[in-house]
Design a protein around this ligand. Sequence first.
Ligand SMILES: Cc1ncc(C[n+]2csc(CCOP(=O)(O)OP(=O)(O)O)c2C)c(N)n1
Length: 315
Amino acid sequence: MPRNKTIQRDAAMWLLRTMRTIRQTSERIAALYPTNVMETPVHLCIGQEAVAAGVCRHLTDADKLFLGHRTHGPALAKGLPLRSLMAELYGRTTGCSHGYGGSMHLLDLAHGLPGSSAIVGGSIALGVGAGLAAKMTAQNFLGVSWFGDAATNAGVFYESLNFATLQKLPVLFVCEDNGYSNVMPRAAHSAHDIQSLAAQFMPACTVDGTDVLAVYAAAQDAVDAIRTGGGPQFLHCRTKRWMKHQGHERCDLPENAVDVARDCPIHKLEAFLRDSGLASAAELVALARQIEGSIDDAIRFAESSPFPSPHLVEV
Ligand SMILES: Cc1ncc(C[n+]2csc(CCOP(=O)(O)OP(=O)(O)O)c2C)c(N)n1
């Protein structure tokens, strides 16, 4: 179980800045997307920001994070610069994958983002491979496998948990459980319970993925245990997807329905910061404005960058 909510102001403000950056960037993408300026499908993570921020606060640039198709949140939280993301979505050479990858293929080696997979479950074994590499070369980094609830139905999920456990690898498995595989609710796509299944292999913690302080505390315990040689850990974050599976529209499906007043991870953290005296209301407004300015800058940067050559070049 996660510890009680205790957090320093610096860490709490980092979590808020990260979640707001993800949210405000996603809202801008949603507004721009229907104008066809972006050369890619987009899988937005509005409502799920606490998972990205709460976990990535404990990761370093050396840790290798492997993502699936819903990449923007964890990639930004891991350190991908806004300009690199936005230019990639616009399909420009200045994007993090030189305009050839798009939203589902974000690469940033300097920030520990070696690749992502549009194949559901495709990222899971890659994180295990990174953990194996860390162990074989006696280096002190983590492999992180990041995936959705539907990926737990894939055969590679079991093989990966099994191998990581047998080899006692430094791997963090993060399941971002928004209760849906596209339009199919979890009860219709999975016969198993994710937490109890994972717990057959390794320590597994289920946490409220809309509460960033809960995710932060649980991720800290998991990462500390891995870094001190304890082998793999599993974090099951139950969250809510506010948007349709892909694109700019709000989700209108009945299961795991969103109650914005209750489920918003940003509102929850801002209320905590104000109530505990860690930040003033004026400070929170100023932060949101500052982030909006960075997004404006990233959009201008993307718009003014060139498209790549139609002939694939070595990058
Ligand atoms: C092997 C495979 N099967 C089907 C698809 C089509 N597909 C893309 S995303 C998706 C749903 C994935 O749900 P989940 O893993 O829970 O992640 P979420 O979209 O909820 O973040 C599906 C079925 C795919 N990309 N790969």
